[in-house]
Structures are given as C-alpha cells and as structure tokens.
Design a protein around this ligand. Structure first.
Ligand code: ADP
Ligand code: MG
Length: 338
C-alpha cells in the first residue's frame, strides 16, 4: 500500500499501536507532543544518537528491512552499554521516499520492536517525513547508568579486554558484497550458497549488543577503567581509549579472539586475518580496560579475552605479532553503521 493512501497520522498510528511500554521510567510514549520519562534516583541519564543514510550506511539490495530495523536499534543500545549503562527508551525518526510502501515500514518497525523487546527498551516517539530519495533513519537512545564508564580512564599496567570475537561482521559484509557483484554481472546466476557462513552473515546482518557482558561485570564486581564498543574496528577504537586516556598500549596478535568462520572466509578472500580483526568494524563487542589487580576476576570468563595492556603514552600504540615484532597501530576505521 502507498503511504499516501494512509496519510502521516494513520501511518504513525499503524506503526506504533502495538507498543507496550515496559519501563517504569516511561510515563508517556508515542501520541503526545513529547514523551515523558522520570529519571531514576541516583542514576545519570545517557543520550546517544545515530544517523543512517541509505547508500552510505546500508544497502537494501542485501539487507532485509526487518534486519535493518533490528540493527539500527541494537547499535544504539551498544553505545549505552559501552557507557556501562542500560538503554531504556528510543525515538525513531524516518525520511521516506515514495519507493517505500506501508508493508516495508511494517517490516522495518517489526525489527526495531523485536530489538526493543529483547533488550527491554521502550519506543517512545519519533518523527516522520516524506523524502525525495531513499531511506533516512535517525534513532536516539536514552539510557541510565549509576557509574558511567568513559573512554578516558585507562591507566598504565591496566589489562585490555575484549568480549566475543572480532572480524566476523566484516567478513560477512565481504561475502555479501561479493555475491552482490556476482549477481550484478549475471542476474540469472544461481542463488548464492551461504552454507557454513551463517555465523558471519548473522554478525553482519543481525548484530547483538553485549548487555550480558555489562551484567557479568557488575556481578563480578569489576568496574572497567575505560570502555568503548567496537564499531570502527579494534585498531581505531583502542586508539580512542589511548588518546583520551593519554596512554599507549600493546596488543598481542595471538590473543585476538577470532571465530572459525571468520578465519575460513578470510582465507577464501586471501585476506590477512589480523587485518580483518583489527580494522573490520561493526563487531559491537565491548573493548575495556581493567586494573591489573582484577586479573583473577576475568581470567576464567569464557567470553572475555585479555588481549594486551596499557602503557605510558611515550611507548606508543603497537601490535605485537606472533614472532615478537612490534607494529604501530593505525586507524583504518571501518565506516558503516556506526
Ligand atoms: P509533531 O507534529 O508534534 O511533530 P507528529 O505528528 O510528528 O507530532 O507525531 C505525533 C506522535 O507520534 C508523537 O508522539 C511522535 O513522537 C510520534 N511519532 C511520529 N513519528 C514517529 C515515528 N516514525 N516512530 C515513532 N513515533 C513517531
Ligand atoms: Mg513530527
């Protein structure tokens, strides 16, 4: 159905009427001139925004709209977790060209609302406008934290930790881009065979934010000295921590966690696995530093790996390779949904 058939008000109603508010801090959601939120006592309010433009941040030739909605919400939640916070509300603003039908927006919103359900977040408002071309999405997320963790608190001798594994989303993107080129060259070619590639595709198309890691750190009484979510790639993101903390670092190549599917795909593409893990981006893992004294508390956690340590600023930022050579880390950030 064309959006013009419904009109703006009916469209908003249609997209938001199934919302059940979950958080006690949400007093009023969609429907008035503004949403109303009560800030929790003893907590600080966190606010983050992401702007996503079709053709720049996402490609609808291989990204289903439901996945896009899910990912657009999750990357915002990830920023709140990276502050040691909990996301509570989002607003969603969209610019839509006539190419998009009501059914497309249904798909998109079903992805957003699925992410909201999973992470306990309320969709409380937004804005809607016609656009000349493409799809524009801006999501703002509001969260809360008792003790926000910044990028600037890393100290010499702190351990550098990473959750999950790196490079998978990037290899998933390489695979999707390759299949897009194959299809463009020969539209009659057979459907691509994605067998054995499910994990890297999921990491690209349906990433998750590490709510579980924030919970685990609280349970184990670990307060990171600095934290960031890996959206641009390990290399760029550790640089942000070091720059703001006035520190240097050593990252050990052999300690970087990489999934088997990521490794297989890198080999198929003849790509350096370490480069993919360092510069890939869109992993949405948590990169954080902890005092050396907390080593015992993290060393046996399955999903957290210690990959290096913080040094004095004068020592610079370096990757220590398997054979003990040191290379200066460079920012070759990956810019996509971020
Ligand atoms: P206004 O003219 O005050 O901007 P709108 O008609 O744009 O009001 O919005 C009416 C209500 O619908 C508001 O509560 C607003 O937050 C909500 N809303 C508008 N667009 C969206 C959207 N794309 N997603 C969710 N809520 C929306
Ligand atoms: Mg409006």
């Amino acid at each position: 159905m064309d959006i013009s058939e419904l009109g703006e008000f009916a469209l908003i109603k249609h997209l938001t009427e199934k919302i059940n508010l979950k958080n006690p801090s949400t007093i009023k959601g969609v429907g008035d001139d503004a949403a109303v939120i009560v800030p929790a006592k003893e907590k600080k309010t966190l606010v983050t925004t992401d702007l996503l433009l079709e053709g720049i941040h996402f490609d609808l030739t291989y990204v289903p709209l439901k996945h896009l909605g899910y990912k657009a919400a999750v990357v915002n939640f990830s920023d709140i977790y990276a502050m040691n916070g909990q996301p509570r509300q989002i607003t969603v603003s969209i610019g839509i060209s006539t190419r998009f039908k009501v059914e497309d927006l249904d798909e998109f919103y079903s992805g957003i609302l699925l992410a909201c359900d999973k992470y306990g977040v309320d969709l409380v408002g937004g804005d809607t406008s016609a656009a000349l071309t493409g799809l524009t999405i801006s999501i703002t997320c509001i969260g809360e934290a008792e003790t926000p963790v910044y990028r600037n608190g890393a100290k010499e001798t702190d351990l550098i930790c990473i959750s999950g594994n790196l490079g998978a989303a990037y290899m998933g993107l390489q695979l999707l881009e390759r299949e897009k080129r194959v299809f463009a060259a020969n539209p009659d070619s057979a459907q691509p065979d994605f067998k054995g590639k499910d994990y890297i595709l999921e990491r690209q198309l349906k990433p998750e934010a590490r709510q579980d890691i924030i919970r685990l750190l609280a349970e184990k009484n670990i307060l990171p000295t600095a934290m960031i979510d890996v959206s641009d790639g390990l290399s760029s993101d550790i640089m942000h921590i070091c720059e703001q903390s006035h520190a240097g670092c050593r990252i050990y190549e052999d300690k970087i966690p990489i999934d088997y599917q990521t490794a297989t795909m890198a080999e198929e593409f003849n790509m350096s696995l370490t480069t993919a893990a360092l510069n890939g981006g869109e992993d949405y893992e948590l990169l954080f530093t902890i005092p050396l004294a907390d080593h015992e508390k993290v060393k046996d956690i399955e999903d957290i790996k210690i990959i290096g340590h913080i040094t004095q600023a004068e020592a610079g930022l370096a990757l220590v390779t398997r054979d003990g050579q040191e290379f200066t880390l460079k920012a070759q950030g990956w810019n996509s949904i971020s």
